[in-house]
Design a protein around this ligand. Sequence first.
Ligand SMILES: [Zn+2]
Length: 87
Amino acid sequence: MARKSAPPAPTPPAPTPSAAGPAPEVVRVHAHRVACDGVGGALGHPRVYLDLGVDGTVDCPYCDRRFVLDGGHGDDAPGVYEVSGGH
Ligand SMILES: [Zn+2]
């Protein structure tokens, strides 16, 4: 009686460790000025206003989220308020 050999279990692809650590969360916004007060709870922080400047990106110094100017649409991220500046 031949033993039926079980097929090898598929091995999930190993996660490739990134040298720079986990990438920051990117929040797309469509305003040049945003206010961030974190995502609440332990990650909440005092509200800060961030100017995306000419390059269209800024990192929140508190929660390390990165805000990227996106002309099309913005993400509905918690704790993020787009500030419509007087243009
Ligand atoms: Zn923040």
